[in-house]
Design a binder for this molecule. Sequence first.
Ligand SMILES: [Zn+2]
Length: 352
Amino acid sequence: MKTTIEKLAGDTEGVSYELAVYRFKGSSKTAPTAYIQAALHAGELPGVVAIHALMPKLRAAEAEGRILGDITIVPAANPVGRAQYHFGEVQGRFHLGTRTNFNRDFPLLDRPDRSALPPVTPASTVDVRLKRLLVGLSIGHDIVLDLHCDFESVSYLYVPTQLWPAMQDCAAALGVEAVILWEGESGAAFEEAAIHPWLQVPPEKAGLDRRVVTTVEYRGLRDVETSLAKSDAEGIYRLLSVRGVIADGKAAKPKKFAGIAAPIGNVELISMPRGGAILFHVAPGDRVRKGAKLATIVHTPGDEDGAIDLHAPQAGYILTRSAHRSGRAGDDIIKLVGEVRSVKARQGALED
Ligand SMILES: [Zn+2]
């Protein structure tokens, strides 16, 4: 394994950032290659500890000569966001200097080649340079995993529709509960930047059956635990084995994916009609019928008409809910995966 420290100059004098890149060299020129990063949203750490639990397994595989395809690992992809503490809380989702989401506005290349990367200009802000760096590190790999988490959530994947159902084995290997399929544009999230160049070349050259591109949502922000890190590391290892990046005769064969798989248009975003305290009546993983009571918003405490109940617009599955127990009018507090397309389905990503 080779370790490289990538350095990024900050936007002001005397500030710089570093991120570690670990590379395992594969023994086969034809085996698929893999790139895995975590904490692009810098406060989302379940993937970071999963990678930490995965590394000893990769080192053991390397020592035994079982790594077939090149593997590149970036356990903490966003040192810029990681340093953005305000009033005791990390603000790792948006770059404070530009107000841009760290997982949007990635460069979309017209071919899967580093030479297609846009030039860096001296005026490029550090978040722009970070995004270019991450695309440059990931490009050319057959398997690209971007590890995130939601607020309170089951484990689920975002997968480009073009790669489904070919990626069913990966969803089963990772052991996630649900898969959300998207196509079109996502505001140039990292996942879109990883698949976009392959969609620009003829299908016979793109080899989409070989590609794995996904945003992995490893449950909620607080699900940073030893047992989950271990089982998630086993899931990633299983995926690498199933796809032939690692040779492991003892690795269990994945079962067929039996979870929820639905287009992103089926996701109902349940939003608050008024500000107030949130009382949830459902949790991630629950199945609900149409009209089920999902949450109560207490907007005028003490008043006999001081609360509003929110109901399921259609039958479905509770994917996520907010980690907060208060909110403002318009805040989305539940994602419900419906059986049919939502009448309020939006274009692009579900969240800012
Ligand atoms: Zn995220």
